[in-house]
Ligand binder design. Structure first.
Ligand code: NIG
Ligand code: FE
Length: 415
C-alpha cells in the first residue's frame, strides 16, 4: 500500500503572497493577497493549505516544519512569453541600435531574427540543449518556475522540430517547467522571401501537422506586424494550428498597430502579446474576451522606445493582464520577471501588487494553467520562491536585484 505523503509546513516568513486577489487594486482589495506572518502546508508536490502558522499546526499536528527567517514567500514566476532557446547573443545589434539604427531596419538588412535563424540552423539539437541550460539556470535564479518557450529561429521543418525537441529534452533536465509554443511564423525565411504565401503553405501543410503528430507544442503563435505576417496569413496559420489542437497566441501590435489584438480576441487566442501599439478598439476587444493581454515592457525598454502598452486602460476596461520577459537575444535579453514588474510600475502605472499578480496568475492564465501555478492556494503545484525582502513591494522596487533566497519546484527545493 502506498503511504500518504508527509506534510510539511513552511513557517517564519514575514509575509506570504497568495496572489489570489482581484486583478485591480482598490482600497479594500489586494491583488497580491498578502498574508502577514502566513504559513504554507505542502503535501508531496502540492500546496494543501495556506494560513496562519497556528491554524496550520492545529490542522496538521504531525507535520514537519521548515523554518524561514523572515522574508516573503511567493509563488514562482510564470514567465508566459520567452524565446529562451537560441544560439548566440546579439549584442552587436544592441550596439547598432544604441547609435540610432531601428530594430526593424536591422531586420531589413538581414540581421535581427534572421541572424538567429542562420545561427540556429547550424547547431545540432545537442548544441542547442547545451547552450540553453545556463540561460534556464539564470531564469531559475530569478525565481521562475514555469516558462513558456517558443521555437521560431528555425523557419524550416527540420530546424523547427529540432528546437521543439530540444525544449522537450530541456524540460526533464532542469527544474523549470517549460511550456512549448510553435512559432514557425516568426519571420519569413530567406528561401521564401519572394514567395511568402508559399511559406505559409509549408507552415500549414507540413510544419503544423508534423509538430502536432509528435506532440511537440501546446500553443501556436504568429508575429503579426506590418512588414511581417499580415492578418490573412496570421489567421490562416492560427486556424491550421487550432485544427491540430494547438491553442492560438499572437505577437500583436508590438511596434505598429495592425488590428492584431482584435484578431486574437476574435479567434479566441489564449493571449495577445506585446500590445505596445494597441488601438482603443483593440483594448475593448480584449476586455470583452477571454484573451489575456500579455505585456512585455522589457522589449520596449531595451529597444529604447518611449511609450509602453496601455496597462492601465486594459486593467480598467476589465482585461486580464499578464507580464512576461520576452527573454530573447534581440529585443529583450532580460531574464528577470522581477525587473519587468519594476518597469510595469514605474512606466505603466501598475501598482506593485497588480504587477506581482500579473507575472504569476496572469501568466498562468495566458498558459491556460490557472489555479495550477502562479498562486499559493490549495490544489496548486508547490512552486515557491523565498525572497530576501521585508515586504512584497520591494520585489518590483528593487528592479531585478538578486534577492531570491530559495526556490521550490513541485515541493522540492531546487535552489
Ligand atoms: O517578441 N517580435 C518578434 N519576436 C521577438 C524578437 C525576437 C528577436 O529579435 O530575436 C519579440 O520581440
Ligand atoms: Fe516575443
Amino acid at each position: 500500500m502506498q503511504r500518504p505523503e508527509e506534510i510539511r509546513i513552511l513557517v517564519g516568513a514575514a509575509e506570504v503572497l497568495t496572489c489570489t486577489g482581484p486583478a485591480r487594486e482598490t482600497e479594500q482589495e489586494d491583488p497580491a493577497g498578502r498574508l502577514a506572518g502566513g504559513a504554507v502546508a505542502i503535501e508531496g508536490d502540492e500546496v494543501v493549505a495556506v494560513g496562519d502558522a497556528k491554524t496550520l499546526r492545529q490542522r496538521y499536528p504531525d507535520a514537519a516544519e521548515e523554518r524561514l527567517d523572515g522574508g516573503v514567500l511567493a509563488p514562482g514566476w510564470v514567465d508566459s512569453h520567452t524565446h529562451a532557446v537560441f544560439g548566440r547573443w546579439r549584442a552587436d545589434e544592441f550596439a547598432l541600435r544604441c547609435t540610432g539604427v531601428p530594430y526593424m531596419e536591422i531586420a531589413r538588412r538581414g540581421g535581427g531574427i534572421l541572424s538567429s535563424v542562420r545561427d540556429l540552423r547550424a547547431l545540432s539539437e545537442d548544441d542547442l540543449v547545451e547552450r540553453s541550460l545556463p540561460r534556464l539556470a539564470e531564469m531559475l535564479q530569478a525565481g521562475t518556475t514555469t516558462a513558456e518557450v517558443k521555437s521560431g529561429y528555425g523557419l524550416d521543418t527540420e530546424s523547427e522540430l529540432k528546437t521543439l525537441r530540444a525544449i522537450r529534452r530541456l524540460n526533464g533536465m532542469q527544474p523549470i517547467d517549460l511550456v512549448p509554443t510553435f512559432l514557425g511564423a516568426h519571420e519569413f525565411p530567406p528561401e521564401y522571401r519572394d514567395d511568402r504565401d508559399g511559406y505559409v503553405d509549408v507552415l500549414v501543410k507540413e510544419m503544423i501537422p508534423a509538430v502536432a503528430e509528435e506532440g511537440l507544442a501546446e500553443f501556436c503563435d504568429v508575429f503579426m506586424e506590418p512588414g511581417v505576417y499580415d492578418r490573412a496569413q496570421s489567421e490562416r496559420v492560427l486556424r491550421a494550428g487550432m485544427d491540430h489542437g494547438l491553442v492560438p497566441k499572437l505577437h500583436a501590435d508590438e511596434l505598429e498597430g495592425s488590428g492584431a489584438a482584435e484578431l486574437a480576441a476574435e479567434i479566441g487566442a489564449a493571449s495577445a502579446d506585446h500590445l505596445g501599439a494597441i488601438s482603443e478598439t483593440g483594448v475593448r476587444a480584449l476586455a470583452g474576451s477571454e484573451t489575456v493581454a500579455t505585456l512585455l515592457p522589457g522589449t520596449l525598454l531595451v529597444l529604447g522606445r518611449k511609450g509602453y502598452a496601455p496597462a492601465r486602460a486594459l486593467l480598467d476596461a476589465g482585461a486580464t493582464v499578464a507580464l512576461a520577459t520576452d527573454f530573447n537575444p534581440g529585443s529583450s535579453p532580460i531574464s528577470s520577471p522581477a525587473l519587468i514588474t519594476g518597469v510595469a510600475c514605474s512606466q505603466m502605472g501598475m501598482s506593485p501588487a497588480e504587477a506581482l499578480r500579473a507575472a504569476t496568475v496572469g501568466g498562468a492564465r495566458a498558459l491556460r494553467r490557472e489555479g495550477k501555478v502562479g498562486v499559493l492556494a490549495p490544489g496548486a503545484r508547490a512552486d515557491l520562491v523565498h525572497w530576501g525582502v521585508e515586504g512584497a513591494s520591494e520585489i518590483p522596487y528593487r528592479f531585478g536585484a538578486p534577492l531570491v533566497r530559495a526556490v521550490w519546484r513541485a515541493g522540492e527545493r531546487v535552489l
